[in-house]
Ligand binder design. Structure first.
Ligand code: ZN
Length: 79
């Protein structure tokens, strides 16, 4: 599965990411994983290059809190 930006709520927005680069951002962890656990931690979130700057200063929050704040900064998209 390709990475998906947590801030890109619509596929059309993703077209503004010509580099196709995604960066994983680690937020405050809310879950303890065993040492032998493998997978995608709940606090690791992908962002495209366009939205990556919005995560600055928010990594002390949990992923859910940070995504809420990031989405609040985005232009409102009608569902
Ligand atoms: Zn994005």
């Amino acid at each position: 599965m390709p990475p998906e930006c947590a801030a890109c709520t619509q596929p059309t927005i993703r077209k503004h990411n010509p580099s196709g680069k995604f960066t994983v951002v680690y937020f405050h962890s809310t879950v303890e994983y065993p040492d032998d656990w493998t997978g995608h931690p709940e606090n690791a979130v992908w962002f495209c290059a366009e939205h990556l700057p919005l995560t600055e200063g928010l990594t002390h929050l949990t992923a859910l809190e940070a995504i809420d704040r990031i989405r609040a900064q985005l232009p409102q998209v009608k569902a």
